[in-house]
Design a protein around this ligand. Structure first.
Ligand code: MRU
Length: 367
């Protein structure tokens, strides 16, 4: 997608040094657009764990390039294992990380060492290209849902949580892909953007990228969604996800579950957009089987923003002695999900529907 008229992906190889990776540092948005260069495994691991890059598909794609960078430095079996172990430990919840690392490991394990670096870069590039095509397909399927609510030029109001836009993927996004396509074909679409405390991915990232693309949007505090739904101001909810179980339970940014409850109480459809790489076919119970990342309590006790003098400032908002806990994700049970928007189409959030949509994995689902 475009930043000030220039098309970007959220990560790419440096134009002059084709072995190093460029990313958009998302911890600096929306105040500055910085594009650091990553040249070592440790830099890539840090970029993921410190959330310079974030969003499930982008975490996977970045980790794939992390393996490639490690293989260029040392293509030995020990270095391959070290890269997989280091990158696996960066973030626990998004299954796309394990998916991408498994794919890299199984390709490289049996490859001659002299060819490993080149093969790894090619595979990482393939993962990125597939991600772009997959998200565009998600967009086309989700577009049908938006179109069906846009009768007679009526505005369609969509609520989203966190950031599942193009900067959470290689391009297009998941939840935002249908919105971009709807906007581009002239549908009057308007997005209510949950701020998404504690890191404010909605206020800082979703608002930024929607604004850069010219999509009408309004940022709301996380607690406003239920109220707007009761007043008939939301037509549908679309969110992304970090892991979906084989039975359709959805793990996403903390606060998603409350939006699903409010949507159900108000008869508003609640959709989840995802690439199939986000489905964990090995688990069925989201509440017991998905590891929920706990992040630093400073994300809750402080807030960062632009001060009135123009500087970027971090301030403390919680009393010094209060206990604080910071679970980063929650699980929305399948029964609250109206549909899963995948690259193959929209299906129910159920084991049967997922098996039918993805029969090659569904067979595992049945055993
Ligand atoms: C297309 S990304 C979907 C999810 O990864 C997104 O909704 C989300 O929760 C991101 O969490 P984050 O902690 O910012 O990586």
């Amino acid at each position: 997608m475009k930043i000030d008229g220039t098309a970007f992906r959220s990560l790419w190889l440096d134009e002059t040094d084709r072995w190093s990776l460029r990313i958009i540092d998302q911890t600096k948005l929306p105040w500055a657009v910085e594009m650091p260069r990553l040249t070592t495994l440790d830099q890539v691991a840090h970029a993921i764990s410190a959330m310079l890059v974030r969003g499930a598909p982008l975490i996977g794609a970045t980790a794939a390039y992390g393996v490639a960078i490690a293989m260029r430095a040392d293509p030995s079996d020990a270095a391959l294992q070290q890269a997989i172990t280091t990158l696996s430990a960066t973030r626990p919840t998004a299954i796309n990380l394990r998916w991408a690392l498994n794919r890299m490991e199984s390709l490289l394990r049996d490859h001659p060492k002299v060819e490993r670096a080149e093969a790894a870069y090619a595979e990482a590039a393939a993962i990125c290209d597939e991600d772009v095509a997959t998200n565009h397909a998600i967009g086309r399927h989700g577009l049908g849902l938006i179109r069906s609510r846009a009768s007679a030029g009526r505005r369609v109001n969509i609520l989203t949580h966190c950031n599942a836009g193009w900067i959470a993927t290689v391009d297009w996004g998941t939840a935002l892909a249908p919105i971009y396509l709807a906007h581009d074909e002239g549908i009057d679409v308007h997005v209510f953007v949950d701020e998404t405390r504690p890191r404010n991915q909605g206020a800082s990232l979703t608002a930024w990228e929607l604004g850069k693309h010219g999509v009408k949007h309004t940022v709301i505090v996380d607690n406003a969604g239920g109220h707007l739904m009761q007043r008939g101001e939301i037509d549908m909810v679309i969110v992304g996800t970090d892991r979906v179980t084989n039975a359709g339970d959805v793990c996403n940014k903390i606060g998603t579950y409350l939006k699903a409850l409010a949507a159900r109480d108000n008869g508003i459809p609640f959709y989840v957009a995802l690439p199939s790489s986000t489905i964990d076919w090995t688990i069925s119970d989201g509440l017991t089987d998905i590891p929920i990342e706990e992040r630093a309590t400073t994300e809750v006790t402080t807030m960062t923003g632009r001060a009135l003098d123009g500087s970027i400032a971090t301030i403390r908002i919680v009393p010094k002695d209060s206990l604080v806990v910071n679970p980063a994700f929650d699980v929305t049970p399948a029964r609250l999900v109206s549909g899963l928007i995948t690259e193959r189409g929209v299906c129910a959030a159920s084991a049967a529907a997922l098996s039918q949509m993805f029969p090659e994995y569904g067979r595992q689902n049945a055993v």
